[in-house]
Design a protein around this ligand. Structure first.
Ligand SMILES: *Cc1c(COP(=O)(O)O)cnc(C)c1O
Length: 373
C-alpha cells in the first residue's frame, strides 16, 4: 500500500478491547506480571517498552523501509545516541552545515567521551573521502542542511562511506521520508527531530533513529535508549502518531507554498540571495531533483540587502508569519537565525530562516510584501 494509506491506519486498526478508532493511550509506567512470574503480554516497565512507543517505532520503521527504529525524547537525544554508539577512539566525519544545536551537543558530549569529530563541506564528496581515516566509523550529514539548505549527494556519500568501512547516517528532518528516502539511497541510518514535520503541530518534542539493518549498531542505540533513559512519553508518542497521519498531505502543501514564497522572494528587490533547493539557481538543484522526488520541502533561507537591522526590522512587522524558532509545524515561522543561535554562530547576520506553513500562499506572500516594504 502507498505511504498515505499506511499512515492513515498507523495506529494498527481499532482497539481490540473496545473498538475505539483512535488508539488508546497507555500512560501506565508498569505492567502486571503473570502468576508464574512471567510477562505474558511482553511489557514490564515503560522506560524499556510501552505500547504507544512500540506503535510509533513500528510506524517510523515502516515509513523509511528500515528493519529497526528507536524513538527518543528529542532529535538531539537520537543524534547523541548514534554517536555514543561508537567506541572511544573512533572517528566520525560530519557535514559542516549541521543544525547548530547538533554540532554544539556533539562537541560538548561526544568529543570528551573520546570520539574524534571532523566537520567538512559534505556537498563535495571528495572532501568527505579525504577526511576518512582507518578509525572512521560514521559519516553524518543533513541534506537539505541547516540553515543554508545545501544539498549533499547521499548515494555518492553512501558509496564513499561503505568503501571506507564506515556507516552513513542522514538527518532527514527537513525532507521527511515523504520527500527523500536515504535508506534506499544507500544510507545505513536515518535520524529525525520528530519535533518538526513528522509531528507537524509544534506540540511534541521527539526524535528517532531508523536503521537499514537490525545489526550490532542498531542494538547498541536500542541499549542506549533503555539504559540511558532518554525515552519519549507515551502521550508524545500518541501525538506523533496522530501528526503522522496527515504527513503526506501536509508535505504537499509545505512544498507548494515554499515554491511560491521562494519565487516571490527571489524577485523582490530587498532580497540579496534565496536559498531553496527547488530554485534552478540553487547549487544543489540538479541533485535535489534526483534525490528528493517528492518535492523540495518547506524550508527557505533568505539574505536581505539591508543587513542585520533590515532583517530584524522585517521580522518585527510579521503578521501571518509567527516570530519563533523551530520548523515543520502547520503555521509559518520566520526568525533572524544568527541571534537565535547566539555566540559561535556561523550564520550571516542578514539571514532570515523561514518555515513555510500550510496557510494560503497568497496570504504568506502579502505578509512578506509588507514586511520587506
Ligand atoms: C530541531 C532539529 C534537531 C534537534 O531536534 P530536537 O528535537 O530539538 O532535539 C536536529 N536536527 C535538525 C535538522 C533539526 O531541525
Amino acid at each position: 500500500m502507498h505511504i498515505q494509506t499506511r499512515l492513515v491506519h498507523n495506529g494498527g486498526g481499532p482497539d481490540p478491547a473496545t473498538g475505539s478508532i483512535a488508539p488508546p493511550l497507555h500512560l501506565s509506567t508498569n505492567f502486571e506480571r503473570s502468576a508464574d512470574g512471567g510477562y505474558a503480554r511482553g511489557y514490564i516497565y515503560t522506560r524499556m517498552q510501552n505500547p504507544n512507543r512500540d506503535a510509533l517505532e513500528l510506524c517510523l520503521m515502516n515509513l523509511d523501509g528500515g528493519q529497526e527504529s528507536v524513538a527518543f525524547a528529542s532529535g538531539t537525544g537520537a543524534i547523541v545516541a548514534l554517536l555514543q554508539a561508537l567506541e572511544p577512539g573512533a572517528h566520525a566525519v560530519l557535514g559542516e552545515d549541521l543544525y547548530f544545536g547538533t554540532a554544539k551537543s556533539l562537541r560538548a558530549l561526544v568529543e570528551p567521551w573520546g570520539v574524534k569529530l571532523s566537520f567538512v563541506d559534505a556537498t563535495d564528496p571528495a572532501r568527505v573521502k579525504a577526511a576518512l581515516t582507518p578509525q572512521t566509523k560514521l559519516v553524518f550529514v543533513e541534506s537539505p542542511s541547516n540553515p543554508f539548505l545545501k544539498i549533499t549527494d547521499l548515494a555518492a556519500l553512501a558509496e564513499i562511506a561503505r568503501k571506507g568501512g564506515a556507516r552513513l547516517a542522514v538527518d532527514n528532518t527537513f525532507a521527511t521520508p515523504v520527500l527523500q528516502r536515504p535508506l534506499e539511497l544507500g544510507a545505513d541510518a536515518v535520524v529525525y527531530a520528530t519535533t518538526k514535520y513528522l509531528n507537524g503541530h509544534s506540540d511534541a518534542l521527539g526524535g528517532a533513529a531508523v536503521f537499514k539493518a537490525n545489526d550490532e549498531f542498531a542494538n547498541k542505540v536500542r541499549m542506549i535508549q533503555g539504559l540511558g533513559g532518554g525515552v519519549p512519553s507515551p502521550f508524545d508518542c500518541w501525538l506523533l502518531l496522530r501528526g503522522l497521519r496527515t504527513l503526506p498531505l501536509r508535505m504537499r502543501e509545505h512544498c507548494a507554498n515554499a515554491a511560491r514564497v521562494a519565487a516571490f522572494l527571489q524577485s523582490h528587490p530587498a532580497i540579496k540571495t534565496v536559498h531553496y533547493p527547488g530554485l534552478e539557481s540553487h547549487a544543489g538543484h540538479a541533485i535535489a531533483r534526483r534525490q528528493m522526488p517528492g518535492g523540495f520541502g518547506g524550508m527557505i533561507a533568505a539574505q536581505v540587502k539591508a543587513g542585520r537591522d533590515g532583517a530584524l526590522a522585517a521580522v518585527a512587522k510579521a503578521k501571518v508569519f509567527l516570530r519563533a524558532t523551530s520548523l515543520g509545524g502547520v503555521e509559518s515561522l520566520i526568525e533572524h537565525r544568527a541571534s537565535t543561535e547566539g555566540p559561535g554562530t556561523r550564520t550571516p547576520d542578514d539571514l532570515l530562516r523561514i518555515s513555510v506553513g500550510i496557510e494560503h500562499a497568497d496570504d504568506l506572500i502579502e505578509d512578506l510584501k509588507q514586511m520587506l516594504g
